[in-house]
Design a protein around this ligand. Structure first.
Ligand SMILES: [Zn+2]
Length: 125
């Protein structure tokens, strides 16, 4: 049995963190890695820029510069895109996004309550 907190990179076969989405040795993207999540090293605010930079293997500073520049160009429209990505992206690699949590909460709210057990009919005359 291997340590559940680590796994072997399928490309270079070195032992890496089980949650790593990219191998630190050969930089190969891990096949079981989630596409996008926000709990990544170097996150500042919502973690969207850091998550996107990890996903596209870009420099996080470049991503932030592009984000701020597009804020100025689009007059803040990109802020909605940021919020949308934040809403749809889980915080943890194996976690659920805020959108999923809201949908689950709404589902529970409108779910039918469990049908009450029918009372046993009185016996006797
Ligand atoms: Zn590797």
């Amino acid at each position: 049995m291997s340590d559940p907190t680590s796994k072997n990179c399928p490309s270079c076969f070195k032992e890496i963190d089980a949650r790593a989405s990219r191998c630190p040795f050969c930089a190969q993207r891990q096949p079981d890695a989630p596409s996008l999540y926000r709990d990544v090293p170097g996150r500042l605010a919502g973690g969207v820029c850091a998550a996107l930079s990890l996903h596209f293997n870009w420099d996080v500073t470049l991503m932030r510069v592009l984000f701020v520049a597009s804020l100025a160009v689009t007059g803040g429209l990109v802020l909605w895109v940021y919020a949308m990505i934040w809403f749809l992206t889980p915080f943890e690699a194996r976690g659920r996004s805020p959108a999923t949590k809201v949908l689950d909460a709404l589902g529970n709210l409108f779910a039918k309550p469990a049908t009450p057990q029918p009372e046993t009919p009185p016996t006797g005359p």
